[in-house]
Write a protein that binds this ligand. Structure first.
Ligand code: GTP
Ligand code: MG
Length: 443
């Protein structure tokens, strides 16, 4: 999902974070690159201009100094902007109010019928998790395609939801009939599937307006096919001007989709995208998370969160000391212990791993992380049992000193040797990173 945008952004930021200083020149180059990637992702030109302006304004207005590295700050600014565009932070997770009618609208083939079943299934599953059941009714007023109503009936059987077929053949009358059945039978949710057209046309819109006037559904859910790119924005605007809608579901985000649709939709219409369709199967529906999406677009994992956490937790002085040790290519066991303590303050390895981009590709299992955790605890105890001199010159550690330390730390001599070889490796790393100015990760 959003792979295209993600890859682009990642490569930009990889270049950027590899650099020590942000100059006016490389800020500009970066912003140009971001702009190009948005263009390629099919985001309308006008929106890109607005987005870029708001980012530039922030970059110019802020002093790129402080505990975060300049590259990280630029990422943070872009991330914040992107997040604002996608719907902002701290939204509470979406859930339908009960009872409600949900009228599902959209162009032909956008995924309305499938999405009706997916949403109903999703609501049911959520309720089941809390030991509840929901009384859900599915019905359709799609009289244009012969098998349309049968398709929904099939799906309702598949998910075990109730289905009602009106004998009326006029869509508005059928809608009214369905609605009274829904009320009479005391259902909590009615998902009403509607007909789609290849293009937005007035007859269709008028029909939807009439149904809307009759049923006054609390939710009018526009299903937008993410694969239609820029055109999806025009569709959304046409529906908005006539029937109006208050929520959107972005379907087919599993395809080779460009992130442009979500981006453009959110920005231009300012209505919430609440669900994302990610496949053809009933269970392939996710809630839309602006924060997660912004992170994915940037391809950063949650690096930013991590960077912020680090800045907040680790005192500047500690960080500088470490930075000096690292950039000079000299690392003592004391520095090593300090680094372990810093890590400890930031959270467990398992927690940290979640923030690291690319961890997925490394096949790190929870089990390995757990082991690492135990190992690190041992390391800290061992270093704690050393004299300051031993910490700066591990060469002093002969058999009898190791014996003493092992006893003090409650470990085996073999554990000390493991620590020393790990330390050796880290030193090699540090030498490699020397002078690059990068904080070489925590390992
Ligand atoms: N890959 C993928 N396919 C989807 C998704 N949502 C729907 N589809 C497929 O898109 C096609 C059209 O879906 P429908 O639900 O029938 O679309 P519709 O809007 O009801 O179409 P009409 O009733 O003809 O207007 C079907 O083949 C679905 O399986 C999705 O999130 N991912
Ligand atoms: Mg349909």
């Amino acid at each position: 999902m959003f792979d295209f945008l993600s890859n682009k952004f990642s490569s930009i930021f990889t270049t950027l974070t590899g650099q020590n200083k942000l100059t006016e020149k490389n800020i500009e180059e970066t912003l140009t690159q971001i702009k190009e990637s948005l263009l390629e992702a099919d985001v309308p030109h006008k929106l890109i201009e607005e987005f870029m302006q708001s980012v530039s304004a922030d970059v110019v207005g802020q002093k790129l100094l402080g505990s975060l590295k300049p590259g990280e700050q630029l990422i943070r600014i872009v991330h914040e902007r992107l997040l604002a565009f996608l719907g902002g932070k701290n939204q509470s997770p979406f859930a339908f109010q009960l009872p409600s009618v949900i009228m599902v609208i959209g162009l032909q083939g956008s995924g309305k019928t499938t999405s009706v079943a997916k949403m109903a299934y999703n609501v049911q599953k959520q309720a089941e998790q809390r030991g509840k059941t929901r009384r859900i009714l599915l019905a359709s007023v799609d009289f244009y395609r012969p098998a349309a109503i049968d398709q929904l009936e099939q799906l309702s059987k598949q998910i075990g939801a109730s289905f009602y077929r009106s004998s009326a053949v006029d869509p508005v009358k059928a809608a009214a009939d369905i609605y009274s059945y829904y009320q009479k039978e005391g259902f909590e949710l009615l998902f009403l599937d509607t007909a789609g057209r290849l293009h937005v046309d007035d007859t269709l819109l008028q029909e939807l307006k009439d149904i809307d006037a009759r049923l006054k559904p609390r939710y009018k859910m526009l299903v937008l096919d993410a694969m239609t790119g820029q055109e999806s924005l025009n569709v959304a605007q046409a529906f908005d001007r006539s029937v109006g809608f208050n929520h959107a579901l972005l379907s087919k985000m599993d395809s080779d989709t460009r992130g442009g649709a979500a981006f453009a939709f959110r920005y231009a219409l300012q209505k919430p995208i609440v669900y994302v369709g990610v496949g053809e199967k009933i269970a392939d529906l996710e809630l839309f998370h602006p924060e997660r999406m912004a992170g994915r677009i940037l391809g950063m994992g949650d690096m930013l969160t991590l960077a912020e956490k680090a800045a907040a937790t680790i005192k500047e002085a500690e960080q500088q000391k470490m930075h000096k040790a690292l950039t000079q290519g000299k690392l003592t066991l004391q520095d090593f212990a300090d680094q372990l303590t810093m890590m400890g303050k930031m959270g467990s390895l398992t927690q940290l791993a979640k923030y690291m981009p690319g961890m997925g590709g490394l096949n790190v299992t929870p089990d390995m992380l757990q082991k690492g955790e135990v190992e690190l605890k041992g390391f800290k105890a061992i270093i704690g049992s050393m004299t300051p001199k031993e910490r700066t010159s591990p060469r002093l550690l002969d058999a009898s000193r190791k014996q003493r330390i092992a006893q003090g730390a409650g470990v085996q001599v073999a554990d000390i040797n493991a620590l020393l070889s790990r330390f050796e490796q880290t030193q090699q790393f540090v030498k490699m990173f020397k002078g690059s100015g990068r904080f070489p990760g925590l390992f």
